[in-house]
Design a protein around this ligand. Structure first.
Ligand code: CP
Length: 316
């Protein structure tokens, strides 16, 4: 049996694989979905093991699998259950593999959970978010959305805004975009919620063009993409108390007014007060198109993972 092909972090995707394999296939999945459904994954079974709640990641994967003719089961392991002596994730994975699932979609409450699961799995493990670590399939749908909205996935400035210490979507997206030509990464947060050192180190090693700033105003007029993240409000409020100048990390009508007419605003969702309600009436505000793209990207990913020869290639 060949080794399972796990999806654990965004560092494993190459630009060539994105452009030649994933994105064209996601475009095809959009068409397939518009026409009805498909039988590409008939007889294949996905198990969803979730230690944290999810709407988009879980439901888009479940929809993707069933729209392709496969089947899905799953469980949620709640916080209460985790507090009691829960069984090791490795044991749970061994048992699931023995029941004949073809892939495991796992969201874990601590960084490294999916990698631990992968060590015990005989089938592909897909990281659906691991604590403050990575959210690789979110990065794939974000990159697909940027390419679709801007018409390119190179030569643009992206401002990633908010609580950047704890945001796994930013870690994954930054790492993925760092591999693409002339992408200028601007990280905007209070000083106490900057990128984690390990992420900064990976960006430096990759030769990324990046800057860390504390002011959204400094980038609003030049950004091609404004990627707003969830303000985990308690942490954000506390961090802002230590700011010498009161600054805002909220996108509202005033900030929209300063953006380029061609800029887009993305958010992995769910949103909080950092993205004012009602702004989605502006066509540049694209989080719901972004979330829909998640369905097509995950359909594409499942067919690539569960059909021979389609796995992500090493960096190129
Ligand atoms: N963006 C995202 O991961 O959303 P969920 O938590 O709903 O899966």
């Amino acid at each position: 049996m060949s080794a399972p092909r796990h999806i654990l972090d965004a560092g494993q995707f190459s630009p060539a694989w994105l452009h030649e394999e994933l994105f064209p296939r996601a475009d095809l999945m959009r068409e397939i979905h518009a026409l009805g459904d498909s039988r590409l994954l008939v007889g294949r079974r996905l198990f969803c093991l979730f230690y944290q709640p999810s709407t988009r990641t879980r439901i888009s994967f479940e929809s993707a699998m069933t729209l392709l003719g496969g089947t899905v089961s799953g469980i949620e392991v709640g916080a209460e259950e985790r507090r009691q002596a829960d069984e090791p994730i490795e044991d749970r994975v061994r048992v699931l593999c023995s029941y004949g699932y073809d892939a495991l979609l796992i969201r874990f409450h601590e960084e490294g959970g999916a990698a631990r699961a992968a060590t015990a799995s005989t089938v592909p493990v897909i990281n659906a978010g691991d604590g403050e670590g990575q959210h690789p399939t979110q990065a794939l749908l974000d990159a697909y959305t940027i390419r679709r909205e801007l018409g390119r996935l190179d030569d643009f400035e992206i401002a990633l805004v908010g609580d950047l210490t704890y945001e796994r979507s930013v870690n994954s997206l930054a790492e993925l975009l760092a591999k693409l030509p002339n992408v200028r990464l601007r990280f905007v947060s209070p000083a106490t919620l900057r990128l984690r050192p390990a992420v900064r180190e990976r960006l430096t090693d990759a030769g990324a063009d990046f800057e860390e700033l504390d002011d959204l105003d400094a980038v609003a007029a030049s950004a091609d993409v404004l990627y707003i993240t969830r303000a985990h409000s308690d942490r954000m409020t506390l961090a802002q108390r230590f700011e010498p100048v009161r600054r805002s990390y909220v996108v509202d009508a005033e900030v929209l007014g300063r953006l380029k007419p061609t800029a887009i605003v993305l958010h992995p969702l769910p949103r909080g007060p950092e993205l004012a309600m009602g702004l989605e009436a502006d066509p540049r505000v694209a989080p719901f198109r972004q979330a829909e793209n998640g369905l097509y990207v995950r359909m594409a990913l499942l067919t690539l993972l569960l059909q021979p020869g389609g796995e992500p290639r090493a960096n190129s």
